[in-house]
Design a protein around this ligand. Structure first.
Ligand SMILES: CC(C)(COP(=O)(O)OP(=O)(O)OC[C@H]1O[C@@H](n2cnc3c(N)ncnc32)[C@H](O)[C@@H]1OP(=O)(O)O)[C@@H](O)C(=O)NCCC(=O)NCCS
Length: 342
């Protein structure tokens, strides 16, 4: 068994360093024969490797793939022959820490193709392998080479539009997974996992290694590492706390059929059918008064003690300011018409 495999077309800078790589059909846990074929024609000798491939090698590789019954991959190898951008064949024997840019791009695309769920891959050390780039209407450009490219474009009567300057591109330039609606594509980064039936509105954001089971309505921020269960609704401008910066270390998740109100936020994982009142930011240390059905305080806990528990409604008492938790009697139901994605 091979861990992952992809035939890609990428971009290199003038020094021949990889900037990014696109894999039309990445494969997860494919037949080991693919690695053998890469050994026969591309000099692959095991390990995790991004292999350069000349046109002649790609032709031979395509023949080998076709003979072995990998028709789709054979077509990809054939298509790559004569490409104006460099081709790369990336073979991962295991999930070890990546050591090249094309490897990282393969891993991020495995997640966005929904072949692997968030947290399913080793992504430590990827920042060092993802160059900060200008993402333009002519593709990825090394920042040192940008002024010259801008000038060249002007001279040719074109405008080079820089859409973003970032280590991660937008996901939709690599894959649009089936059955999703994304109002502003710049707000979903490559490496996001967008489940079928997910709608991401303009205010919504999904970072890499994070996402939704689907269906769901996302009008708030899904930070790196956060996963949202099916049927949940993230209200406008709400926030899920990430663990990449700011010292937080609890991995946040949201269960099924939850509602996080507009401008609310969570720093604790929620179970199923929970609601957080609009505007309430629930941090792990927030003291929460737990109420019974008659609104009497039963006990006071920290929000982290209620982590992953289901059927809870959190609100800030508008008379005394205390954060309260009650049994949630009206779990969210998504509006079918709004959430239809086809
Ligand atoms: C928290 C929330 C779910 C409560 O809604 P609800 O369950 O429908 O509750 P109601 O507004 O009917 O209120 C029930 C009772 O609790 C009281 N109550 C509600 N919120 C309260 C608060 N923060 N403090 C004190 N009392 C409150 C109401 O006054 C009402 O009292 P009553 O029984 O005496 O009439 C709702 O206020 C909310 O924030 N929803 C989020 C919506 C949202 O942001 N969607 C995303 C859009 S982008």
């Amino acid at each position: 068994m091979t861990f992952a495999f992809g035939i890609g077309i990428g971009t290199q800078n003038q020094k021949g360093e990889w900037l990014e790589a696109f894999y039309q059909s990445p494969l997860y846990l494919p037949d080991a024969t693919l690695a053998e074929l890469a050994g026969n024609t591309l000099g692959y000798q095991g390990g995790n490797k991004a292999l350069d491939a000349s046109d002649e090698q790609l032709k031979q590789f395509a023949e080998g793939l076709r003979r072995a019954g990998f028709e789709d991959q054979a077509k990809l190898a054939e298509k790559a022959v004569g490409s104006q951008r460099p081709a790369v064949v990336t073979v991962l024997e295991n999930d070890d820490t990546a050591s090249s840019t094309p490897e990282v791009y393969l891993k991020l695309q495995l997640i966005s193709h929904r072949l692997v769920r968030p947290h399913g891959l080793k992504l430590d050390g990827i920042f060092g392998l993802l160059p900060n780039l200008a993402w333009t209407n002519e593709g990825a450009i090394d920042l040192d080479e940008l002024p010259e490219r801008q000038m060249d474009a002007r001279i040719a009567g074109r405008l080079l539009e820089v859409k973003s300057v970032d280590k991660f591109p937008q996901m939709t330039d690599y894959v649009v997974p089936k059955g999703v609606r994304i109002a502003d594509t710049a707000r979903v980064r490559l490496g996001a996992y967008v489940g079928e039936g997910t709608t991401v509105m303009h205010e919504g954001f999904i970072n890499f290694n994070a996402g939704t089971e689907g269906p769901g309505m996302i009008e708030g921020r899904i930070s790196a590492g956060v996963v949202i269960g099916s049927g949940s609704d993230l209200g406008g401008g709400c926030s899920t706390m990430g663990t990449l910066s700011g010292g937080g270390n609890i991995i946040i998740s949201v269960g099924d059929n939850c509602l996080i109100g507009a401008n609310a936020g969570i720093g604790v994982p929620l179970g199923d059918r929970c609601t957080v009142e609009a505007g309430l930011y629930l941090t792990a240390g927030t003291k929460v008064a737990v109420l019974d059905d008659e609104n009497n305080v039963v006990k006071v806990l920290k929000a982290r003690d209620l982590a992953n528990k289901s059927d809870l409604l959190f609100r800030r008492n508008s008379e005394n300011g205390a954060v309260e938790c009650k049994t949630n009697k009206s779990a969210v139901e998504l509006n079918d018409q709004l959430h239809a994605n086809n």
